[in-house]
Every structure is written in structure tokens, then in C-alpha cells.
Design a protein around this ligand. Structure first.
Ligand code: 8YV
Length: 328
């Protein structure tokens, strides 16, 4: 008998076909919440779960007694209770690598767009305000040759740093739990203390996972340490930043600008001032959102769940301990 999978969001017909050849699939393309009764009912029978952006709670897992594996269509897994999954011997898989370059492209777009005021000036021309050559009040600031401070030099952080160092001749400073000698040699990057990075960088780019330690890593004190000419970029998770403190720093000119792909609450509440601020470029969490990369992510999730439910090691496994427990 075929094992049963519950899938939600972001799968194409081709991925669904692949899954259906191997498993019985219940697909919820427009799932709005984990409280959907039909979804809950299907989960009660499911061996596998595939999808993106759904808060998985222990209570939800209580209703999924046969669950063996979850394949998230994301690299981040902050909305999964990893320890709880491991305790229940449920494998958690994610999609690293396939989205690295695309997410770094998004990060660099934000660096360029904020520095050169791309959105503000595009709006200027749309309003019909281009009557004569623009004045100094609308000039931007250079990117090339500046100092890029990478907070986190994992896969995505390294790809942003590579763009900066090799493409734009930027000096790279970084913080990371461990030194990265190969990247230091390749990019001339230098590891430093967080405070030194904040005080010296022209661009501070956040690329860390959301954990208890990184929650509100950026608050009033950190923005105060940054240069008044500094530009803040966040392609990680919104909760790494105390958003009220960021808004205050942008309003008072404590920092120059911000490029944000992620927010404390997503979708961003309609009353947030951020997208309306002239010195902010706000994007709706599009880090990995290209046709090519979202397809590759979905394929990785399909491959992960297929391997996991066949008793083989998935390509990208978050909780190694659950795999070992299942083997033992
Ligand atoms: C996801 C992301 O699409 O992979 C990640 O961690 O941030 C995005 O690429 C998003 O998180 C959906 O869950």
C-alpha cells in the first residue's frame, strides 16, 4: 500500500505527478492555516508532510501519529519545533544550497537599491517630478570600494560577501560563530567583534538563522553604534530585528537607509510605516522567489520526502539525531 503524503503550497503539476507515482497525495494548494479541518483530517493519516511557511506546533503533531518526515520548502526552519520532532523520531528536511545564489542576488539588489535610491527615484519620475537634472539632495552613495559588514557568513552570507568583494571591490568584515579561513583567503574578509562591525561598516547585512540568541540581535543600542551614513540590509528573518527600534533609527537619521526582505510580522501589517519611508526599500520576502529557484526548492523537497519515506537518508536533513534514532 502507498504511504500517504500531505502537501501544501508551492508544488507544480510536475512535482505532484512525481509524488503521486510514489505516494497517495492530499494536496492543499491554498492552505490558509493549519486549523483547516480537511488538512487536519488528512494529517491524521499522513506519513509525510511537504510544504512551506506553516507554523508546526506540538499540538499539530499530536494529531499526526503516523508522521515519519517533513520536507520543508525552505532553508530556514525556525517555524518547526526541531527538538520535539526529534523526540518523536520525525525527520525534518530543508532546502539549502539550491537557493543560495538567488537569495544573495536579492541581498545585493537591496544593497544597490538602497544606496542608489532606485525605488525613490523611480517614484520621482513616475510622479512627473523630473523637470530638470536632479540636485544633490537626491544623490545616492557608492557601493564599490565600501565596507560590507556581514553578520553571519554561512552559505548565503558568503555568497553576498563574494558579490561585494569580487564584483564591487568591497572590504568585507564578518561575524560568525567560527572563523572562515578559506573565505578570508578568497575574499580578503576579516572576522571581527560584532560592535566593531557595527561601528565600521558602510553596509550591515544580516544573514543569520533565527534562534533564541539572534532574536532581537539588532535593537536601539546596535543602531546607535552604526554610522549615520550606514545602510542596514536584512535578508534573514524579521525577528532578528526590533522593528520599532529600526523605524526610530531610520526616522531620526541614526542610520541612512534600510533594505528589508523580511519583517517581524509577515505578511507585513498594512499600518507598518516601513514601505512608505523614502529611505526604505521593502520587499515581500522574495529572497528565493524566482521561477528557477522555487522549482529547484520544490524538487529538493520532493526528493527529500521520497528518500525519507523509503527509509533512505534525505539529501538535506536538519535533525541528524532523528535519523540516528530511526536507524537504531
Ligand atoms: C522561503 C526562506 O520560501 O528558505 C527560506 O528559509 O526564507 C524562503 O526562501 C520561506 O521561508 C517560506 O517558508
Amino acid at each position: 500500500m502507498k504511504k500517504r503524503i500531505v502537501a501544501f503550497r508551492r508544488l507544480t503539476d510536475r512535482h505532484l505527478e512525481q509524488l503521486s507515482e510514489r505516494f497517495h497525495v492530499d494536496y492543499f494548494p491554498d492552505l490558509e492555516s493549519a486549523d483547516d479541518p480537511a488538512f487536519r483530517e488528512a494529517l491524521g493519516e499522513a506519513h509525510g508532510l511537504v510544504g512551506a511557511s506553516l507554523g508546526i506546533t506540538p499540538e499539530l503533531l499530536d494529531g499526526a501519529p503516523h508522521l515519519e518526515a517533513i520536507a520543508s520548502i525552505s532553508v530556514g526552519y525556525d517555524n518547526y519545533p526541531v527538538d520535539e520532532l526529534t523526540r518523536r523520531d520525525i525527520l525534518l528536511c530543508n532546502t539549502p544550497d539550491v537557493l543560495t545564489e538567488t537569495t544573495a542576488d536579492t541581498g545585493f539588489s537591496l544593497i544597490m537599491a538602497t544606496a542608489r535610491r532606485v525605488v525613490e527615484l523611480a517614484d520621482f519620475i513616475k510622479r512627473g517630478d523630473w523637470q530638470e537634472s536632479i540636485g544633490a539632495s537626491l544623490y545616492g552613495t557608492d557601493v564599490h570600494g565600501k565596507t560590507l559588514g556581514m553578520v553571519g557568513l554561512g552559505r548565503i552570507g558568503a555568497a553576498v560577501a563574494r558579490r561585494g568583494a569580487l564584483g564591487f571591490g568591497m572590504n568585507v568584515l564578518y561575524t560568525h560563530a567560527s572563523p572562515k579561513p578559506a573565505l578570508e583567503a578568497e575574499l580578503g574578509a576579516r572576522r571581527c567583534e560584532f560592535d566593531e562591525l557595527l561601528e565600521s561598516a558602510d553596509f550591515v547585512c544580516v544573514s543569520v538563522p533565527l534562534t533564541a540568541e539572534t532574536t532581537h540581535l539588532f535593537g536601539a543600542e546596535q543602531f546607535a553604534r552604526m554610522r549615520s551614513s550606514a545602510i542596514f540590509i536584512n535578508i534573514a528573518r524579521g525577528k532578528v530585528v526590533d522593528e520599532a527600534a529600526l523605524i526610530a533609527a531610520l526616522e531620526t537619521g541614526e542610520i541612512r537607509a534600510a533594505g528589508l526582505d523580511v519583517f517581524e510580522r509577515e505578511p507585513l501589517p498594512g499600518d507598518s510605516p516601513l514601505p512608505h519611508m523614502a529611505n526604505v526599500v521593502a520587499l515581500p520576502h522574495i529572497g528565493s522567489a524566482t521561477h528557477e529557484t522555487r522549482t529547484a526548492m520544490a524538487q529538493r523537497a520532493v526528493d527529500n520526502i521520497t528518500l525519507a519515506l523509503n527509509g533512505e537518508r534525505p539529501i538535506s536533513l536538519v535533525n541528524e539525531a532523528a535519523w540516528e534514532r530511526r536507524q537504531g
